[in-house]
Design a protein around this ligand. Structure first.
Ligand SMILES: [Zn+2]
Length: 273
């Protein structure tokens, strides 16, 4: 599981904190253009400010199937902790989303691999683009069913996100965000963007999460279901690229050539940092 973070470890981007009180919340509507934070089919209504016993409901609940992709609603700086993400927007707004998935596929075990919760390529403090995949809908915490609990904050504080959600641009798939997008594969080649998860030097076995694919036409396909892949690296390739030194949360570009049934690694570009 993801290690617990201390408040100091959030640096300049700590999570926004909603009032935990029975007093009515600010009634102002968030007035801004966003990308709707959940992709595809959703079900929601304005349930901001509803009473919940000792506190009030500080966001809007967007119901969707478990593992539905969640995207950044605007450009900004990304933050995360277990079950939650937030974005400090370039527009002066902040958002927070929670109850991200923590279950292994097909279970309710609360102990999935973090790759079923967050995009594999995002580190606390990274820049994100509006529409970029950040994580997956789940029912972690005290959620009664799979949904994204979504909050919006102006510079002055919490606002009702309903109007922004109503006007939000709905996506059917996350917008593509890969490094060196222009560095597309040659004819009859494919490019895999893969984040390292394990590396066994003795055997040359490389284990990773496939984040995106790019075809020779330039088209990018963002993977919206975590897919774990294994490759065997040749000695030559290991010497050239030193996979042991690659960070776990940056993707390497692995280019393949297809020749009939054969798939061959033709080039590897190590992660940028
Ligand atoms: Zn909620």
């Amino acid at each position: 599981m993801i290690a617990a973070q201390t408040w100091a470890s959030y640096g300049k981007f700590p999570p926004p904190v909603a009032p935990y009180t029975n007093a009515p919340l600010p009634t102002g509507m968030a007035e801004l253009k966003i990308i709707f934070p959940v992709v595809g089919q959703v079900d929601w209504r304005d349930n901001y400010n509803e009473g919940r016993g000792s506190f009030r409901h500080t966001g809007v609940d967007i119901r969707a199937r478990k593992m539905t992709p969640v995207v950044a609603p605007f450009d900004g700086v990304f933050g995360k902790k277990v079950n939650s993400f937030w974005v400090y927007g370039d527009n002066g707004w902040k958002c927070l989303g929670t109850h991200l998935n923590n279950d292994s596929p097909g279970t309710n075990d609360n102990q999935s691999d973090p790759d079923y919760m967050f995009s594999p390529v995002l580190r606390h403090g990274d820049r994100v683009k509006a529409g970029q995949l950040v994580g997956y809908v789940g029912d972690s915490g005290k959620a009664t069913g799979p949904h994204l609990h979504f909050e919006l904050y102006s510079g002055e504080g919490l606002r009702n996100p309903t109007k922004a959600l109503q006007g939000g641009r709905k996506l059917i798939t996350p917008l593509s965000e890969i490094p060196r997008q222009e560095d597309k594969p040659d004819a009859k080649q494919e490019r895999f963007e893969v984040c390292k998860r394990n590396w066994v030097a003795e055997t040359g076995a490389f284990y990773g999460v496939l984040h995106a694919k790019q075809f020779d036409t330039g088209r990018v396909l963002i993977n919206t279901v975590p897919r774990f892949v294994t490759f065997k690296f040749s000695k030559e390739l290991i010497n050239l690229t030193d996979p042991a030194a690659w960070p776990n949360d940056r993707s390497a570009s692995i280019y393949f050539a297809r020749e009939g049934e054969e798939v061959r690694i033709v080039k590897v570009v190590p992660p940028a940092d």
